[in-house]
Write a protein of this length. Structure first.
Length: 227
């Protein structure tokens, strides 16, 4: 039997607090150390605008470098709204991109490796299915967990974001249309509703909230009692 688990990444296997606002703020204060703009000021502008905030749109022309071009323009607009001197905006925006790609911003949950190993031992094939940057595979490699995965489905390399059915269909096709598959994630809409619409069993992790998930757990290791 082909048994597969599709894993979200950020908020599920790893955590990266204030990834976007923190990266933008760090870039700003590195180039302009006397700037008095706070991370909270930046967070007011990062509550929307990412491709996954509007998954109903077709981003099939924003793949890889094109996705980053879209995001760099988004960063530039944020800095303009914050009143940053235009002559520094390009430099700061490019540094923000470097910050987001920096593996040091990501930290595995303490039971991530144990859980991935256990799932693999149970005969499951693990895949990453994430709304994330094109370089996510490199980040996972640097975190030392790439050997646990068969392959990666990353929105910025496909052109659709969860919960779009096209992304889930792509994932199932890549996995050989598993006989049994789970979607594990922390987002009740992108992961849970998207997974259920794709006829996957769903597990919500790290959040005690109402959702349509088949199972809800606070720690990754707890999913082993269900799969």
């Amino acid at each position: 039997m082909n048994k597969t688990i599709f894993w979200d990444f950020d908020g599920t296997l790893a955590k990266a607090p204030f990834l976007w606002s923190g990266s933008l703020h760090n870039a700003l204060t590195t180039i302009l150390p006397d700037c008095n703009i706070s991370i909270d000021d930046i967070r007011q502008h990062t509550k929307s605008g990412f491709t996954w905030d509007s998954p109903e749109k077709d981003y099939s022309k924003l793949i890889g470098d094109q996705w980053w071009e879209y995001m760099i323009e988004y960063f530039q607009n944020i800095y303009r709204k914050l009143g940053i001197d235009p002559k520094y905006i390009d430099q700061i925006s490019m540094l923000a991109v470097t910050n987001v790609k920096d593996v040091k911003r990501y930290q595995l949950y303490e039971d991530t490796i144990f859980t991935l190993e256990a799932c693999k031992a149970k005969g499951y094939k693990n895949y990453v299915l994430s709304n994330h940057i094109p370089e996510l595979r490199d980040i996972i490699y640097q975190l030392g967990i790439s050997d646990y995965f068969e392959n990666y489905i990353i929105s910025a390399l496909v052109g659709f974001d969860k919960p779009r059915p096209e992304l889930f269909e792509y994932a199932k096709r890549l996995a050989g249309y598993p006989d049994l598959c789970y979607m594990v994630g922390d987002n009740p809409e992108a992961d849970i509703l998207g997974g259920k619409a794709a006829n996957m069993k769903t597990i919500l992790v790290h959040k005690e909230i109402q959702s349509m998930a088949d199972y809800t757990v606070m720690e990754l290791r707890e999913i082993l009692q269900f799969i």
